[in-house]
Design a protein around this ligand. Sequence first.
Ligand SMILES: Cc1cc2nc3c(=O)[nH]c(=O)nc-3n(C[C@H](O)[C@H](O)[C@H](O)COP(=O)(O)O)c2cc1C
Length: 387
Amino acid sequence: MCAAPKPAVISVKTESSDCPALFTPITFRSVRLKNRIGVSPMCQYSAQEGFMNDWHLVHLGSRAVGGAGLIIAEATAVRPEGRISPQDAGLWSDAHIVPMKRITQFLKEHGCVPGIQLAHAGRKASAARPWEGAHHLKDTEGGWPTLAPSALVFDPKKLNKLPNALSIEEIEAIQAAFVAATQRAVEAGFQWLELHAAHGYLAHSFYSPLTNHRDDRYGGSFENRCRFVLETATAMRKAWPAELPMSVRLSCTDWAKEGETGWDLAQSVQLSMLLKAVGVDLIDCSSGFATPGVSHYPIEPDWQVPFSETIKKEAGIATAAVGMITEPEQANDIITEGKADIVLLAREMLRDPYWPWWASKTLGYHDALIDALILPPQYSHWVEQAH
Ligand SMILES: Cc1cc2nc3c(=O)[nH]c(=O)nc-3n(C[C@H](O)[C@H](O)[C@H](O)COP(=O)(O)O)c2cc1C
């Protein structure tokens, strides 16, 4: 059986063990993940007035039953106007806690750590669901005015609302909303907190020079552009129990085109060090989406792994790798080679909620003991029987 690392120590033990690195437990603060496989946050666009419901229970619950060590629930808006779509999950009121509690309890019963990603969509808010066009909804169609560090339209075609540039008072009110939602996340039973600071949403649009043209203390220099995410993470960390871990998802580069000055990996390393200093435990390493057009992104298997590898080594903080990770050997190699501490899978988990079980089998680490670790007895008792 895989040996557990000592509590409160983040370590990767892969040598001298027959256990694939992917199935070695890891502990962050007081929280032990039974393996290195996490479900990446994925908006379901299926909530009503921000309330999670049976869809979320079954969606997240299936992946807990399927053996993931960690599930980070979808980008959850800290204020109604911070939703990407009207159907996004939210945590801007105490009433939202109740259905979430049912979900976190179910995940814990199945040995899975329940996490939540708190978010504000900034200028990308007020949009139709992806399968309904993903365009900005007019205020008369159920949309609402959007907010951003600077009054810059995302895209003249689909996301064409002109956002209001935030005042200092409005920035402070949004930061307070992140803190209030953090306190509610504790009440709801989550054990892992993530700040969404990627993909062109509000926090990312502050630190990216492509989208932040402010000339006050929230814009201009690296220090000023990072102020929003650092202040917000610091305040959330203080409101989040000391024994529970917190991560921040970054867009580690803007993939700026020639002639553009965008955010890059070197700045991500610097920011990760600052986030580590305020008590952030892990950087979730994504990239891009501050501006439209992704055809020049080098999307292929492992395409974002160099970010997690570099940040882990140069900033000295634990990392998650995400993006086009689909194969068990591929995921295991990322952990074995020390390129990340955990892997997060998104679309592959939609294709197969039992991916962890299949991965253990593929990696040749499959016996009754492991079945029992990965799957609940209702399944593990039967899966190896040929007849
Ligand atoms: C349906 C769907 C919803 C997503 N929602 C979120 C989200 O709420 N927050 C986030 O940070 N990323 C979100 N993403 C991005 C994924 O978390 C992940 O970073 C991306 O899909 C790359 O991983 P993959 O190649 O394994 O799918 C979403 C992706 C999908 C497919």
